[in-house]
Design a binder for this molecule. Structure first.
Ligand SMILES: Cc1ncc(C[n+]2csc(CCOP(=O)(O)OP(=O)(O)O)c2C)c(N)n1
Ligand SMILES: [Mg+2]
Length: 658
């Protein structure tokens, strides 16, 4: 489509009308951002964005990310007007109401065409970096014929101000992600007012210093927008920031340019004034047919391109493998199972972080879609294998990302990679720094995607680095996040099982909490027992009085405590519980059998005890650590904090006798 302002202006005004009317009807929402970026978005969608409304999942579509998620009416308008099946006009009328896919902020699982869930500022852009990594990686593997698309982002002042922006653009600049284009809604307004209240940053200078190309435009001049987007499209050696100088709430004559338009309905009077200003005479939620027709044409380019792409895919010898990877289906499961079952007959005493590396040594050559990485702790997280050669600007086909010291940026990029599809991202850092990336882990869970977090150094067992590095509350607090599987395996066999479970769960992200210190192999039989979340590792010999529940490095201690109890004639089961979440999914009879009502139940985990009452009952015993650790060798710390047979057994016998 050529740029004809006389047609584009009404198209943009359709976005403005829908946005102000929907927010007014909901009596809540953010009209300012969609009204301000309507002109830029109209040029992008009508001339540059590669999409086909009839095939929202087309693998080679451009990805469009609305990082400024509060402006959700922008993407709902774009999807509706350009002819996606959803949202319908009724959905838009019900903006922000229960049951409408037009949620307050865009949700990837509610609407095809919404590539990711946004709203937490900065993360959309950071996820887009991951999408652009996945795109270049798959391009490196499958070539231009199958993979050659751009990632376009609309970001606000807030997205660029958040700390994660620094991490994300640093990663993108160094990887020279030339197919990433960020359109900055530079309106100099945030909620509190003018941006000079809080910043004097030269943002273009920061982007340039980070390896980005920067272009600018008047965000309300169609020809100028076209020029800038054309320049962004043409630049493929560096990511591009397009500074779009805009007026927030553009079109609302009395409120535009002020934070009053940011997050509140404009009100009936101002909406009437805006209609007059824009020359918009249609009733609320009605779009004149000529304008709808112009919008419907925007998808036609993509439809043609998709037909051509389909023909190339059909002719490609890579078709089956490409489709498998994009579908996220695993392969070679029998070989994986056989390799791991051979471990049962070993007797390997290794840290579970090392066990994870041994598992990855088996998994990564068999599953080429696995793309690993670490936030500068590769040698500690044990995340790199021979098969995962570095993914760099010179070799995008590599499979290992050096994320740098950017935990939040890494996790958000992993989300973007998983959302893009075709890769299964895993990435490591110390468990203690899961707090640095926690909101991205939460978004993995909310978005129902398979990101796998390798969080090592999972307790005071890391020793001398001391309390700043010793997780105490992290394991339990990660368990509180819905739809996140937290695994804390006790030995090499459980570690392999947990890796398989993490890979098998397409719609649930996983955390693997792994030890720094060596742990003996406790399992020599059984297949995928971790799939139940918890299982009886050892059965009481004497009459059963106690059930010891341990996780990770404390399962060995639980076994030693059980031995000491048995020596006194007290029967004790040992239950290993690598995943509370999977245990919660078991039927009641299984749970009751594992944790019988007539026994004393004791949890042992080197972390906060809050929550363990769920399994021990209030009359059980919770052995844990409800304070920060200390700096000393691990053995001494476990002794000091009561993680010894001698400290635990009397507590149990006292309880049993009392
Ligand atoms: C991480 C995070 N912090 C705070 C908010 C709340 N919030 C939503 S929009 C916004 C202001 C954003 O300003 P800008 O990006 O310039 O958007 P504009 O006002 O121009 O639409 C804030 C603070 C949020 N959504 N995410
Ligand atoms: Mg702003």
């Amino acid at each position: 489509m050529t740029i004809d302002p006389s047609r584009l202006a009404p198209m943009a005004n359709a976005i403005r009308a829908l946005s102000m009317d929907a927010v007014q009807a909901a009596n809540s929402g953010h009209p300012g951002m969609p009204m301000g970026m309507a002109d830029v978005a109209t040029v992008l969608w009508s001339k540059y964005l590669k999409f086909d409304p009839k095939a929202p999942d087309w693998a080679d579509r451009d990805r469009f990310v609305l990082s400024a998620g509060h402006g959700s009416m922008l993407i709902y308008s774009l999807l509706h007007l350009s002819g996606y099946d959803a949202p319908t006009m009724d959905d838009i009328r019900n903006f922000r109401q229960l049951g409408s896919p037009c949620a307050g902020h865009p949700e990837n699982f509610l609407l095809p065409g919404v590539e990711c869930t946004t709203g937490p500022l900065g993360q959309g852009l950071a996820m887009a970096v991951g999408m652009a990594i996945a795109e270049r990686h798959l391009n490196g593997v499958f070539g231009d014929d199958l993979v050659d698309h751009d990632t376009w982002v609309v970001a606000g002042d807030g997205c660029l101000m958040e700390g994660i922006n620094h991490e994300a653009i640093g990663l993108a600049g160094n990887l020279r992600l030339g197919h990433l284009k960020v359109l900055w809604d530079s309106n100099a307004i945030t909620i509190d007012g003018s941006t000079d209240l809080s910043t004097c940053e030269d943002i273009p200078a920061r982007y340039r210093a980070t390896g980005w190309n920067v272009v600018e435009c008047d965000g309300h001049d169609f020809a100028d927008i076209d020029r800038a987007l054309g320049a962004a499209k043409a630049e493929t050696a560096k990511p591009t920031l397009v500074v779009c100088r805009t007026v927030i709430g553009k079109g609302a004559p009395n409120k535009q340019g002020t934070s009053a338009t940011h997050g509140a309905p404009l009100g009936a009077e101002e909406i009437a004034a805006a209609r007059a200003e824009l020359g918009w005479t249609a009733a609320p939620f009605e779009i004149p047919t000529a304008i709808v027709a112009d919008w419907r044409k925007t998808g036609e380019r993509g439809a043609v391109l998709r037909q051509e792409w389909n023909a190339r895919l059909d002719a490609s010898s890579d078709k089956a493998e490409f489709e498998r990877r994009m579908a996220g289906d695993l392969t070679r499961g029998d070989e994986v199972a056989a390799a791991f079952s051979a471990w049962l007959s070993d007797d390997k005493k290794v840290a579970t972080r090392k066990a994870s590396e041994l598992a990855l040594d088996i998994l990564t050559p068999l599953l080429p879609e696995m793309v690993g990485g670490s936030a500068d702790l590769t040698g500690s997280n044990n995340t790199k294998t021979k098969a995962t050669t570095p993914l760099t600007a010179d070799d995008y086909a590599g499979r290992y990302v050096y994320y740098g010291i950017r935990e939040f940026g890494m996790a958000a990029a992993m989300n973007g990679m998983a959302l893009h599809g075709g890769v299964i991202p895993y990435g490591g850092t110390f468990l203690i720094f899961s707090d640095y990336c926690r909101n991205a882990v939460r978004l993995s869970a909310l978005q129902q995607i398979r990101a796998i977090y390798v969080f090592t150094h999972d307790s005071i067992g890391l020793g001398e680095d001391g309390p700043t590095h010793q997780p105490v509350e992290q394991v339990m607090s990660l368990r509180m996040i819905p739809n996140l599987n937290v695994f804390r395996p006790c030995d090499i066999v459980e570690t392999a099982e947990c890796w398989r479970l993490a890979l098998q769960n397409k719609e649930t992200p996983s955390v693997l909490a792994l030890s720094r210190q060596n742990l003996p192999q406790l399992r020599h039989e059984g297949d995928m027992l971790s799939a139940r979340g918890a299982y009886r590792l050892r059965m009481a010999k004497a009459e059963r009085k106690a059930v010891l529940i341990g996780t990770g490095s404390e399962v060995e201690l639980a076994c030693n405590v059980a031995d000491a109890l048995e020596a006194q004639g007290i029967g004790a089961d040992v239950v290993s519980m690598p995943s509370m979440e999977l245990f919660e999914q078991q039927e009641a009879a299984y749970k009751a059998d594992l944790l019988p009502a007539d026994t004393l139940k004791i949890s042992i985990e080197a972390g906060v005890t809050m929550g363990w009452e769920r399994y021990t009952g209030c009359d059980g015993l919770q052995i844990g650590l409800n304070r920060f650790g200390a700096s000393a060798p691990a053995e001494e710390l476990f002794a000091k904090f009561g993680f010894t047979v001698d400290a635990i057994v009397p507590q149990i016998t006292n309880k049993l006798n009392g």
